[in-house]
Design a protein around this ligand. Structure first.
Ligand code: ADP
Ligand code: MG
Length: 416
């Protein structure tokens, strides 16, 4: 009984970092790197506590649930947190002296850590259900290798085997529960951020629609008069000034356009549309712009890809993305646009360029208002595109590599 009690105490030690992190840290700390460092330290403390209050049995044998902080810390943190936590385990075990138990610890780590690190990448790319499976599988593997190495080093004993089984059972069940718990908390957190974002956008949209109409009228009037001033016998330099003024007014108008479409879900004008047809149209619209930039656009379109959407909005988002693709290649190049139906009921549009690409940090900032690295950029194009795709219950993902190119993948629910 006391063994179970000891294991339950270990559980408390493992759950505390999770709650500290998600209650106090995620909201306060902004940089992902700092968050990672803090989380790793919390898991490290959890490991030290687990190892300080182990479940003792037999002659100098001990078991703890340290696998859980090690596993969750590595899976959610990555390579270096994994190495750091393993070093903590080894150093802390070493402080008890070099014994058979120490060798046991090192051997178990040497066999299981490579596997954990190997699966970490696919864990970070997977969805919730698969993550739970990976975590449980790795936990099971760790316990089994622990059990095998224990038996090899110290021989088999039925009593110890029973305790090892309790450990295995608890470790696996707790890994399962905690991974689900962390996933759930992350999901709620994400949802909250999204709600906050939508709320911000709603306010922006209300404010701008009021301003926009007021500003547009005088702008249109000015533009009209500028055009009237533009007589054929005007000196060249004055003509140039007029052209610049008109261009700038048009640019301001474009910004207002973008603003106006922010925050307005496209409930109206939703229709059944064929994505391929819309892509052809968009490519035609942007063709002269792309030729000016020495960019060739190639399409690969599957017929009969139907979705429910507002065609103007869809086109607007595609144009924004295509324009970025063209602008990312200052010396020209090629853009590929493809559209296919996936097996799981989505229409997948891929827009790929060979441009300057983005770093991970830049990708993360993509879609935030006014984030632009261009001299004349507005930083609204991607924000609007993200919003439009989400309003059609679609998903948008950006893969990019600096100096190699960018790939924007849009998934939209297919209808038949
Ligand atoms: P803008 O085009 O007005 O700058 P966007 O919201 O369309 O605003 O894009 C924001 C920023 O994201 C751009 O300034 C650019 O730095 C980056 N970006 C977007 N698409 C790409 C791309 N295909 N390749 C490289 N960088 C891109
Ligand atoms: Mg843009």
């Amino acid at each position: 009984m006391s063994i179970i009690k000891d294991f339950l105490f270990q559980l408390t030690l493992v759950v505390i970092p999770i709650f500290i992190y998600y209650t106090f840290i995620t909201e306060k700390v902004k940089s992902q790197k700092n968050k990672n460092i803090i989380m790793t330290i919390l898991w490290g403390i959890s490991i030290i506590f687990c190892m300080s209050f182990p479940v003792n049995f037999g002659d100098n044998s001990r078991l703890e649930l340290r696998i859980i902080p090690l596993l969750l810390g590595t899976l959610y943190g990555g390579f270096w947190p994994g190495i750091f936590l393993s070093v903590i385990i080894i150093l802390f075990r070493l402080s008890f002296g070099i014994s058979i138990g120490f060798y046991n610890t090192v051997l178990v780590l040497l066999t299981s850590l490579p596997f954990i690190l190997f699966f970490q990448r696919s864990f970070s790319l997977s969805k919730k259900d698969k993550r739970v499976k990976i975590a449980v599988g790795l936990s099971l593997f760790y316990c089994l290798s622990g059990l095998t190495i224990f038996c090899i080093l110290r021989g088999f004993s039925y009593d110890f085997f029973k305790i090892q089984m309790v450990h295995l059972f608890l470790a696996v069940v707790v890994t399962w529960l905690f991974t689900i718990l962390i996933e759930k908390i992350r999901e709620i957190h994400q949802l909250r951020l999204e709600v906050q974002n939508t709320e911000k956008l709603r306010v922006i949209s209300e404010l701008t629609s009021v301003f926009a109409h007021e500003i547009r009228n005088p702008m249109q009037v000015t533009r009209g008069f500028l055009q009237l001033l533009n007589e054929p016998d005007l000196p060249k330099v004055k003509k140039e000034y007029i052209k610049i003024s008109i261009d700038e007014l048009d640019r301001a108008n474009e910004i207002i356009e973008d603003f106006l479409s922010v925050g307005k879900p496209s409930i109206n004008n939703i229709a059944k549309i064929e994505v391929g047809y819309q892509i052809e149209r968009v490519v035609n619209i942007i063709r002269s712009y792309s030729l000016n930039h020495n960019v060739e656009i190639r399409t690969d379109i599957q017929d009969n890809c139907w979705i429910f959407a507002n065609p103007q909005k869809l086109n607007q988002s595609l144009i924004n993305i295509l324009k970025n693709a063209v602008e990312s290649m200052p010396t020209g190049g090629r853009v590929w646009v493809s559209c296919t139906a996936t097996d799981d009921g989505f229409i997948k549009i891929i827009i790929k360029d060979q441009g300057i690409g983005m770093t991970k940090k830049q990708i993360d900032r993509l879609g935030s208002p006014f984030y632009s690295l261009k001299e004349k950029g507005t930083g609204l194009g991607m924000m609007v595109s993200f919003q439009i795709i989400h309003s059609f219950k679609g998903k948008i993902k950006v893969n990019s590599e600096k100096d190699k190119g960018t790939e924007v993948i849009i998934l939209l629910p297919q209808i038949n």
